[in-house]
Design a protein around this ligand. Structure first.
Ligand code: LLP
Length: 428
Protein backbone atom coordinates (compact mmCIF):
# COMPACT_ATOMS: atom_id res chain seq x y z
CA UNK A 1 0.00 0.00 0.00
CA UNK A 2 1.34 3.40 -0.92
CA UNK A 3 0.85 4.90 2.55
CA UNK A 4 3.15 2.28 4.07
CA UNK A 5 6.93 2.49 4.15
CA UNK A 6 9.75 0.40 5.55
CA UNK A 7 12.64 1.83 7.57
CA UNK A 8 15.18 -0.05 9.70
CA UNK A 9 13.28 -3.30 9.23
CA UNK A 10 10.16 -1.58 10.65
CA UNK A 11 6.78 -0.82 9.09
CA UNK A 12 5.71 2.85 9.06
CA UNK A 13 2.27 4.27 8.34
CA UNK A 14 1.71 7.95 7.65
CA UNK A 15 5.30 8.57 8.69
CA UNK A 16 4.83 6.93 12.13
CA UNK A 17 6.57 3.76 13.27
CA UNK A 18 4.06 0.98 13.88
CA UNK A 19 6.24 -0.23 16.74
CA UNK A 20 5.96 3.15 18.46
CA UNK A 21 2.22 3.02 17.93
CA UNK A 22 1.97 -0.48 19.38
CA UNK A 23 4.12 0.56 22.33
CA UNK A 24 2.22 3.81 22.98
CA UNK A 25 -1.36 2.59 22.57
CA UNK A 26 -1.06 -1.18 23.07
CA UNK A 27 -2.46 -3.87 20.80
CA UNK A 28 -4.76 -4.81 19.17
CA UNK A 29 -4.82 -1.42 17.53
CA UNK A 30 -6.56 -0.01 14.48
CA UNK A 31 -4.39 2.60 12.76
CA UNK A 32 -5.68 4.79 9.94
CA UNK A 33 -3.85 7.18 7.68
CA UNK A 34 -5.89 10.39 7.75
CA UNK A 35 -4.26 11.83 4.63
CA UNK A 36 -5.17 8.78 2.58
CA UNK A 37 -8.81 8.98 3.72
CA UNK A 38 -8.88 12.64 2.67
CA UNK A 39 -7.08 11.87 -0.59
CA UNK A 40 -9.63 9.21 -1.48
CA UNK A 41 -12.55 11.52 -0.72
CA UNK A 42 -10.95 14.25 -2.84
CA UNK A 43 -10.28 11.89 -5.71
CA UNK A 44 -13.96 10.90 -5.96
CA UNK A 45 -14.99 14.53 -5.67
CA UNK A 46 -12.53 15.53 -8.38
CA UNK A 47 -13.86 12.84 -10.73
CA UNK A 48 -17.35 14.22 -10.17
CA UNK A 49 -16.15 17.72 -10.96
CA UNK A 50 -14.49 16.43 -14.12
CA UNK A 51 -17.18 14.18 -15.50
CA UNK A 52 -20.40 15.71 -14.14
CA UNK A 53 -19.23 19.32 -13.81
CA UNK A 54 -19.86 18.99 -10.11
CA UNK A 55 -23.55 18.17 -10.75
CA UNK A 56 -23.61 15.40 -8.19
CA UNK A 57 -22.71 14.35 -4.68
CA UNK A 58 -20.26 11.78 -3.36
CA UNK A 59 -21.72 10.35 -0.14
CA UNK A 60 -19.26 8.44 2.02
CA UNK A 61 -20.94 5.17 3.10
CA UNK A 62 -20.25 5.43 6.79
CA UNK A 63 -21.12 1.78 7.46
CA UNK A 64 -17.56 1.04 6.30
CA UNK A 65 -16.15 2.96 9.26
CA UNK A 66 -18.20 5.33 11.38
CA UNK A 67 -17.09 7.59 14.21
CA UNK A 68 -17.15 11.32 14.92
CA UNK A 69 -13.68 11.88 13.48
CA UNK A 70 -14.44 10.39 10.07
CA UNK A 71 -17.74 12.29 9.84
CA UNK A 72 -15.86 15.50 10.57
CA UNK A 73 -13.34 14.69 7.86
CA UNK A 74 -16.11 14.03 5.33
CA UNK A 75 -17.65 17.34 6.34
CA UNK A 76 -14.34 19.18 5.93
CA UNK A 77 -13.83 17.59 2.53
CA UNK A 78 -17.26 18.81 1.46
CA UNK A 79 -18.77 15.44 0.60
CA UNK A 80 -22.07 13.89 1.70
CA UNK A 81 -22.76 10.92 3.95
CA UNK A 82 -24.72 7.69 3.59
CA UNK A 83 -26.09 6.38 6.88
CA UNK A 84 -27.99 3.19 7.45
CA UNK A 85 -29.24 3.43 11.02
CA UNK A 86 -30.21 6.01 13.61
CA UNK A 87 -26.89 5.27 15.30
CA UNK A 88 -24.88 6.31 12.24
CA UNK A 89 -27.18 9.31 11.77
CA UNK A 90 -26.75 10.29 15.42
CA UNK A 91 -22.97 10.15 15.00
CA UNK A 92 -23.18 12.43 11.95
CA UNK A 93 -25.47 14.87 13.75
CA UNK A 94 -23.10 14.97 16.72
CA UNK A 95 -20.26 15.70 14.28
CA UNK A 96 -22.30 18.71 13.09
CA UNK A 97 -22.69 17.23 9.63
CA UNK A 98 -24.87 19.18 7.20
CA UNK A 99 -27.93 16.90 7.31
CA UNK A 100 -29.14 18.04 3.90
CA UNK A 101 -26.15 16.12 2.50
CA UNK A 102 -27.11 12.93 4.34
CA UNK A 103 -28.79 10.00 2.68
CA UNK A 104 -30.60 7.52 4.92
CA UNK A 105 -30.66 3.88 3.82
CA UNK A 106 -32.00 0.70 5.38
CA UNK A 107 -34.41 -2.07 4.46
CA UNK A 108 -36.29 -1.93 7.74
CA UNK A 109 -36.09 1.53 9.22
CA UNK A 110 -38.14 1.79 12.38
CA UNK A 111 -40.79 4.43 12.98
CA UNK A 112 -38.51 6.22 15.38
CA UNK A 113 -35.67 6.17 12.85
CA UNK A 114 -37.92 7.70 10.20
CA UNK A 115 -39.13 10.35 12.65
CA UNK A 116 -35.58 11.15 13.68
CA UNK A 117 -34.50 11.46 10.03
CA UNK A 118 -37.27 13.96 9.34
CA UNK A 119 -36.63 15.90 12.54
CA UNK A 120 -32.96 16.44 11.79
CA UNK A 121 -33.64 17.31 8.13
CA UNK A 122 -31.97 14.41 6.33
CA UNK A 123 -31.67 15.39 2.65
CA UNK A 124 -32.79 12.10 1.15
CA UNK A 125 -34.42 9.01 2.57
CA UNK A 126 -33.87 5.93 0.43
CA UNK A 127 -37.21 4.17 0.67
CA UNK A 128 -36.90 0.41 0.45
CA UNK A 129 -40.48 -0.88 0.44
CA UNK A 130 -44.12 0.16 0.30
CA UNK A 131 -44.82 -0.16 3.98
CA UNK A 132 -41.97 2.27 4.65
CA UNK A 133 -43.37 4.67 2.06
CA UNK A 134 -46.74 4.61 3.75
CA UNK A 135 -45.26 5.11 7.21
CA UNK A 136 -43.06 7.93 6.03
CA UNK A 137 -45.95 9.73 4.38
CA UNK A 138 -47.98 9.44 7.58
CA UNK A 139 -45.15 10.71 9.78
CA UNK A 140 -44.43 13.59 7.41
CA UNK A 141 -48.12 14.49 7.32
CA UNK A 142 -48.25 14.47 11.07
CA UNK A 143 -45.30 16.79 11.25
CA UNK A 144 -46.61 18.91 8.40
CA UNK A 145 -43.48 18.22 6.39
CA UNK A 146 -42.49 16.89 2.99
CA UNK A 147 -40.19 13.86 2.98
CA UNK A 148 -37.63 13.90 0.16
CA UNK A 149 -37.12 10.36 -1.01
CA UNK A 150 -35.34 8.21 -3.52
CA UNK A 151 -36.38 4.63 -4.23
CA UNK A 152 -33.98 1.76 -3.83
CA UNK A 153 -34.27 -0.35 -6.96
CA UNK A 154 -32.98 -3.86 -7.63
CA UNK A 155 -31.78 -3.55 -11.18
CA UNK A 156 -31.35 -7.33 -11.57
CA UNK A 157 -27.61 -7.30 -12.12
CA UNK A 158 -25.05 -9.90 -11.14
CA UNK A 159 -22.06 -8.03 -9.76
CA UNK A 160 -19.61 -10.97 -9.74
CA UNK A 161 -18.76 -10.68 -6.05
CA UNK A 162 -19.23 -12.71 -2.86
CA UNK A 163 -22.85 -13.90 -2.45
CA UNK A 164 -23.16 -12.22 0.95
CA UNK A 165 -22.33 -8.78 -0.42
CA UNK A 166 -24.37 -8.96 -3.65
CA UNK A 167 -27.48 -6.82 -3.54
CA UNK A 168 -28.64 -5.92 -7.03
CA UNK A 169 -30.33 -9.19 -7.99
CA UNK A 170 -34.03 -9.94 -7.60
CA UNK A 171 -33.48 -12.43 -4.77
CA UNK A 172 -32.37 -9.78 -2.29
CA UNK A 173 -33.96 -8.26 0.79
CA UNK A 174 -33.16 -4.75 -0.48
CA UNK A 175 -35.39 -2.55 -2.57
CA UNK A 176 -38.00 -2.81 -5.31
CA UNK A 177 -37.62 -5.23 -8.20
CA UNK A 178 -37.49 -3.71 -11.64
CA UNK A 179 -38.44 -6.64 -13.83
CA UNK A 180 -41.66 -7.49 -11.98
CA UNK A 181 -43.01 -3.96 -12.33
CA UNK A 182 -42.84 -3.49 -8.56
CA UNK A 183 -40.55 -0.46 -8.87
CA UNK A 184 -42.80 1.31 -11.37
CA UNK A 185 -45.87 0.70 -9.18
CA UNK A 186 -44.02 2.19 -6.20
CA UNK A 187 -43.20 5.31 -8.21
CA UNK A 188 -46.88 5.69 -9.15
CA UNK A 189 -47.83 5.34 -5.50
CA UNK A 190 -45.24 7.89 -4.34
CA UNK A 191 -46.55 10.47 -6.80
CA UNK A 192 -49.98 10.13 -5.21
CA UNK A 193 -48.78 10.81 -1.68
CA UNK A 194 -49.07 14.41 -0.55
CA UNK A 195 -46.22 14.47 1.88
CA UNK A 196 -43.68 12.65 -0.25
CA UNK A 197 -41.43 14.24 -2.84
CA UNK A 198 -39.84 11.66 -5.13
CA UNK A 199 -36.41 12.99 -6.01
CA UNK A 200 -34.97 9.98 -7.70
CA UNK A 201 -33.85 6.41 -7.92
CA UNK A 202 -31.06 4.42 -6.36
CA UNK A 203 -29.32 1.14 -6.99
CA UNK A 204 -26.42 -0.57 -5.27
CA UNK A 205 -25.33 -3.76 -6.98
CA UNK A 206 -22.84 -5.09 -4.44
CA UNK A 207 -19.49 -4.54 -2.81
CA UNK A 208 -15.83 -5.16 -3.68
CA UNK A 209 -16.59 -5.07 -7.41
CA UNK A 210 -13.50 -5.16 -9.62
CA UNK A 211 -15.00 -4.29 -12.96
CA UNK A 212 -16.63 -1.15 -14.40
CA UNK A 213 -19.09 -3.07 -16.56
CA UNK A 214 -21.69 -3.93 -13.87
CA UNK A 215 -21.84 -0.23 -12.95
CA UNK A 216 -22.39 1.00 -16.50
CA UNK A 217 -24.89 -1.79 -17.04
CA UNK A 218 -26.76 -0.74 -13.88
CA UNK A 219 -26.85 2.87 -15.11
CA UNK A 220 -28.33 1.71 -18.42
CA UNK A 221 -30.97 -0.36 -16.70
CA UNK A 222 -31.90 2.51 -14.38
CA UNK A 223 -32.44 4.78 -17.36
CA UNK A 224 -34.98 2.35 -18.79
CA UNK A 225 -37.06 3.04 -15.67
CA UNK A 226 -36.38 6.78 -15.75
CA UNK A 227 -37.61 6.87 -19.35
CA UNK A 228 -40.71 4.82 -18.58
CA UNK A 229 -41.56 7.17 -15.71
CA UNK A 230 -41.20 10.18 -17.99
CA UNK A 231 -43.24 8.73 -20.83
CA UNK A 232 -46.00 7.07 -18.85
CA UNK A 233 -46.25 9.33 -15.82
CA UNK A 234 -44.92 12.57 -17.24
CA UNK A 235 -42.52 12.85 -14.32
CA UNK A 236 -38.82 13.67 -14.62
CA UNK A 237 -36.46 12.10 -12.13
CA UNK A 238 -33.94 14.55 -10.60
CA UNK A 239 -31.52 12.18 -8.84
CA UNK A 240 -29.80 9.02 -9.92
CA UNK A 241 -27.79 7.29 -7.21
CA UNK A 242 -25.51 4.51 -8.46
CA UNK A 243 -24.47 3.24 -5.01
CA UNK A 244 -21.05 2.16 -3.81
CA UNK A 245 -19.09 -1.05 -4.21
CA UNK A 246 -15.78 -0.04 -5.82
CA UNK A 247 -13.24 -2.75 -5.07
CA UNK A 248 -9.92 -2.26 -3.27
CA UNK A 249 -6.63 -4.08 -3.49
CA UNK A 250 -6.43 -6.49 -0.56
CA UNK A 251 -3.64 -8.58 -2.04
CA UNK A 252 -0.59 -7.68 -4.10
CA UNK A 253 -2.00 -9.96 -6.79
CA UNK A 254 -5.46 -8.29 -6.86
CA UNK A 255 -6.39 -6.39 -10.00
CA UNK A 256 -7.20 -2.79 -9.44
CA UNK A 257 -9.27 -0.29 -11.39
CA UNK A 258 -8.78 3.43 -10.79
CA UNK A 259 -11.98 4.86 -9.30
CA UNK A 260 -11.83 7.63 -11.85
CA UNK A 261 -12.39 4.97 -14.52
CA UNK A 262 -15.70 3.85 -12.97
CA UNK A 263 -16.92 7.44 -12.84
CA UNK A 264 -15.69 8.21 -16.37
CA UNK A 265 -17.32 5.10 -17.87
CA UNK A 266 -20.63 5.76 -16.11
CA UNK A 267 -20.63 9.42 -17.12
CA UNK A 268 -20.11 8.43 -20.76
CA UNK A 269 -23.02 6.01 -20.72
CA UNK A 270 -25.20 8.57 -18.97
CA UNK A 271 -24.33 11.28 -21.50
CA UNK A 272 -25.05 8.89 -24.37
CA UNK A 273 -28.38 7.66 -23.02
CA UNK A 274 -29.70 11.08 -21.99
CA UNK A 275 -28.85 12.46 -25.43
CA UNK A 276 -30.43 9.49 -27.25
CA UNK A 277 -33.59 9.42 -25.17
CA UNK A 278 -33.98 13.17 -24.75
CA UNK A 279 -33.82 12.93 -20.95
CA UNK A 280 -32.31 15.54 -18.68
CA UNK A 281 -29.01 14.66 -17.02
CA UNK A 282 -29.86 13.71 -13.46
CA UNK A 283 -27.97 14.85 -10.37
CA UNK A 284 -25.66 11.88 -9.84
CA UNK A 285 -24.87 10.40 -6.43
CA UNK A 286 -22.53 7.60 -5.41
CA UNK A 287 -21.85 5.99 -2.03
CA UNK A 288 -18.29 4.68 -1.77
CA UNK A 289 -17.38 3.22 1.60
CA UNK A 290 -14.62 0.61 1.39
CA UNK A 291 -12.70 2.47 -1.33
CA UNK A 292 -12.39 5.55 0.89
CA UNK A 293 -11.29 4.00 4.16
CA UNK A 294 -10.26 0.40 3.40
CA UNK A 295 -6.73 1.00 2.10
CA UNK A 296 -6.09 3.64 4.78
CA UNK A 297 -6.24 1.21 7.71
CA UNK A 298 -4.07 -1.47 9.22
CA UNK A 299 -4.47 -3.48 12.41
CA UNK A 300 -1.59 -4.20 14.75
CA UNK A 301 -1.46 -7.24 16.99
CA UNK A 302 1.05 -8.84 19.35
CA UNK A 303 2.00 -12.45 18.77
CA UNK A 304 1.28 -14.79 21.67
CA UNK A 305 1.44 -18.56 21.42
CA UNK A 306 2.94 -20.11 18.29
CA UNK A 307 1.82 -23.69 17.80
CA UNK A 308 3.50 -25.80 15.16
CA UNK A 309 1.61 -28.98 14.36
CA UNK A 310 4.22 -31.02 12.41
CA UNK A 311 3.22 -31.78 8.83
CA UNK A 312 -0.12 -30.06 9.36
CA UNK A 313 -0.04 -26.36 10.12
CA UNK A 314 1.55 -23.62 12.17
CA UNK A 315 -0.87 -21.48 14.17
CA UNK A 316 0.31 -18.03 15.17
CA UNK A 317 -2.07 -16.65 17.81
CA UNK A 318 -2.60 -12.93 18.26
CA UNK A 319 -4.26 -10.78 20.91
CA UNK A 320 -7.28 -9.96 18.68
CA UNK A 321 -9.17 -11.86 16.00
CA UNK A 322 -12.75 -12.20 14.84
CA UNK A 323 -13.95 -9.67 17.41
CA UNK A 324 -12.02 -6.87 15.68
CA UNK A 325 -12.06 -8.42 12.18
CA UNK A 326 -14.85 -10.91 11.47
CA UNK A 327 -14.35 -10.81 7.70
CA UNK A 328 -12.47 -14.09 7.33
CA UNK A 329 -15.05 -15.89 9.45
CA UNK A 330 -17.87 -14.36 7.40
CA UNK A 331 -16.51 -14.21 3.86
CA UNK A 332 -13.15 -16.05 3.87
CA UNK A 333 -11.63 -12.66 3.04
CA UNK A 334 -7.94 -12.57 2.22
CA UNK A 335 -5.40 -10.14 3.63
CA UNK A 336 -1.69 -9.38 3.30
CA UNK A 337 0.07 -9.57 6.64
CA UNK A 338 3.58 -8.81 7.76
CA UNK A 339 5.71 -8.73 10.85
CA UNK A 340 6.03 -5.01 11.66
CA UNK A 341 9.36 -5.43 13.44
CA UNK A 342 10.86 -7.70 10.75
CA UNK A 343 9.27 -5.88 7.86
CA UNK A 344 12.22 -6.04 5.43
CA UNK A 345 12.95 -9.73 6.02
CA UNK A 346 11.68 -12.30 3.53
CA UNK A 347 8.42 -14.07 4.26
CA UNK A 348 9.61 -17.64 4.69
CA UNK A 349 6.76 -19.11 6.73
CA UNK A 350 3.23 -20.17 5.85
CA UNK A 351 0.93 -19.84 8.83
CA UNK A 352 -2.66 -19.63 10.06
CA UNK A 353 -3.27 -16.40 11.94
CA UNK A 354 -5.52 -17.28 14.86
CA UNK A 355 -7.55 -15.05 17.14
CA UNK A 356 -8.06 -15.47 20.88
CA UNK A 357 -11.79 -16.31 20.89
CA UNK A 358 -13.10 -19.63 22.06
CA UNK A 359 -14.07 -20.55 18.52
CA UNK A 360 -12.14 -22.63 15.93
CA UNK A 361 -13.29 -20.37 13.12
CA UNK A 362 -11.69 -17.37 14.81
CA UNK A 363 -9.00 -16.80 12.21
CA UNK A 364 -7.75 -13.81 10.26
CA UNK A 365 -6.59 -16.15 7.54
CA UNK A 366 -5.13 -19.52 6.59
CA UNK A 367 -1.99 -20.22 4.58
CA UNK A 368 -0.65 -16.71 4.87
CA UNK A 369 2.98 -15.91 4.09
CA UNK A 370 4.80 -14.25 6.93
CA UNK A 371 8.29 -13.66 8.24
CA UNK A 372 9.40 -16.19 10.90
CA UNK A 373 7.77 -14.79 14.02
CA UNK A 374 8.08 -15.41 17.75
CA UNK A 375 6.13 -14.37 20.83
CA UNK A 376 5.91 -10.57 21.28
CA UNK A 377 6.52 -9.77 17.63
CA UNK A 378 4.08 -7.26 16.17
CA UNK A 379 1.92 -8.32 13.24
CA UNK A 380 0.29 -5.87 10.86
CA UNK A 381 -2.77 -6.90 8.87
CA UNK A 382 -3.14 -4.55 5.90
CA UNK A 383 -6.15 -2.86 4.30
CA UNK A 384 -8.39 -3.25 7.35
CA UNK A 385 -9.84 0.28 7.28
CA UNK A 386 -13.29 -0.80 6.07
CA UNK A 387 -15.76 -3.14 7.78
CA UNK A 388 -13.38 -4.06 10.59
CA UNK A 389 -13.96 -1.56 13.40
CA UNK A 390 -17.53 -1.09 12.16
CA UNK A 391 -18.23 -4.83 12.36
CA UNK A 392 -16.34 -5.50 15.57
CA UNK A 393 -18.05 -7.17 18.52
CA UNK A 394 -17.58 -7.93 22.19
CA UNK A 395 -17.82 -11.71 21.78
CA UNK A 396 -16.17 -13.41 24.77
CA UNK A 397 -16.46 -9.96 26.42
CA UNK A 398 -13.36 -8.78 24.63
CA UNK A 399 -13.10 -4.96 24.68
CA UNK A 400 -12.90 -3.25 21.27
CA UNK A 401 -9.50 -1.84 20.28
CA UNK A 402 -8.96 1.88 19.89
CA UNK A 403 -8.69 3.66 16.55
CA UNK A 404 -5.69 5.91 16.07
CA UNK A 405 -5.30 8.34 13.17
CA UNK A 406 -1.82 9.14 11.89
CA UNK A 407 -0.92 12.23 9.92
CA UNK A 408 2.34 14.09 9.25
CA UNK A 409 4.33 11.82 11.52
CA UNK A 410 1.92 12.29 14.47
CA UNK A 411 -0.83 10.15 15.94
CA UNK A 412 -4.09 10.82 17.81
CA UNK A 413 -6.76 8.59 19.31
CA UNK A 414 -10.11 9.03 17.58
CA UNK A 415 -11.86 6.14 19.33
CA UNK A 416 -10.70 5.12 22.80
CA UNK A 417 -9.95 1.53 23.78
CA UNK A 418 -12.93 -0.04 25.53
CA UNK A 419 -12.42 -0.92 29.16
CA UNK A 420 -13.88 -3.75 31.23
CA UNK A 421 -16.10 -1.08 32.81
CA UNK A 422 -17.46 -0.37 29.31
CA UNK A 423 -18.12 -4.08 28.93
CA UNK A 424 -20.40 -4.25 31.99
CA UNK A 425 -21.84 -0.74 31.63
CA UNK A 426 -25.33 -1.85 30.66
CA UNK A 427 -25.50 -4.91 32.92
CA UNK A 428 -27.99 -4.76 35.81
N1 LLP B 1 -24.48 1.89 -0.55
C1 LLP B 1 -25.25 0.88 -0.13
C2 LLP B 1 -26.69 0.96 -0.30
C3 LLP B 1 -24.68 -0.25 0.47
O1 LLP B 1 -25.44 -1.24 0.86
C4 LLP B 1 -23.27 -0.30 0.64
C5 LLP B 1 -22.63 -1.43 1.29
C6 LLP B 1 -22.50 0.80 0.20
C7 LLP B 1 -23.14 1.87 -0.40
C8 LLP B 1 -21.01 0.86 0.36
O2 LLP B 1 -20.38 -0.14 -0.35
P1 LLP B 1 -18.77 -0.16 -0.48
O3 LLP B 1 -18.39 1.03 -1.33
O4 LLP B 1 -18.22 -0.04 0.89
O5 LLP B 1 -18.46 -1.45 -1.11
N2 LLP B 1 -19.46 -6.08 5.33
C9 LLP B 1 -19.10 -6.38 3.95
C10 LLP B 1 -19.54 -5.31 3.03
C11 LLP B 1 -21.02 -5.03 3.10
C12 LLP B 1 -21.43 -3.91 2.22
C13 LLP B 1 -22.81 -3.47 2.58
N3 LLP B 1 -23.29 -2.40 1.80
C14 LLP B 1 -17.59 -6.61 3.88
O6 LLP B 1 -16.93 -6.56 4.92
O7 LLP B 1 -17.05 -6.87 2.81
Amino acid sequence: MNNLTLKNNTLYIGGVSTLDLAYTYGTPLYVMDEDLIRENMRAFKKSFDNYYSGNGLVCYASKAFCCLAVCRIAKEEGIGLDVVSAGELYTAVKADFDTSKILFHGNNKTLSELEYALEVGVGRIAVDNLSELEKLNAIAKNKNMIANIIFRIKPGIDAHTHDFVKTGQIDSKFGFALETGEAFEAVKRALEYENIKLLGLHCHIGSQIMDTEPFTHAAEVMFSLIEKIKIELDYEIDDLNLGGGFGIKYLETDDFIQYDDYIRDCSKIIAKITAEKGLKTPFILIEPGRSIVGPAGITLYTVGAVKNIPNIRKYVSIDGGMTDNPRYALYQSKYEILCANKASEPKTDIIALAGKCCESGDLIGMDLSLQKVAENDIIAVLATGAYNYSMSSNYNRIPKPPVVFVKDGKSRVVVKRETFEDIIRNDN
